[in-house]
Design a binder for this molecule. Sequence first.
Ligand code: FEO
Length: 135
Amino acid sequence: MEKIIWDESFSVGIQEIDEQHKELVRMINKLIGREDISVDSETISDILNEMTQYAGYHFQTEEQYMIEYDYPDYLSHKKQHTEFKKKTVAFCLDTMSYKETIPKEILTYLKTWLVHHILKVDMKYKSFFKEKGLR
Ligand code: FEO
C-alpha cells in the first residue's frame, strides 16, 4: 500500500493542528511500512494503541478550539471523531488475535479515514478559524 504523502493541500492553516495531523500521518505510514513484515500481534497492537491515543489527544485539541470559538459544526464533527475512536479501539482488541501481519482492511480504513477526514471534514473549519484569527 502507498504511504500517505503530506503536502500543502493537507494544511488547515493552524500550525499546531497541522503538526498533529503530520504526526498521525507518520504513525499510519509506520503501520503501512510494516504491512508486509511479519510481526507479532503484540507489536501491531502496541503501534495501533499508540496511534489511537494520539488521535484522541488530537481530537481533544480540535474540539477545544471548536468549543472556544463556537464552531457551528462542532457536534457532527465530534461524532466523526467518536466513531473513529470506537473503531480503532475495536481494531486494537482484534489485533491480539492476529499472528502475522497487519490486516489490509485495518490499514485501508485508517488511511482512507484520515485522508478523507482532513481533506473534507477538518478542511471545513479552515476559513472559520482563519476569520477568528487562529494560526
Ligand atoms: Fe483532525 Fe477532526 O480531526
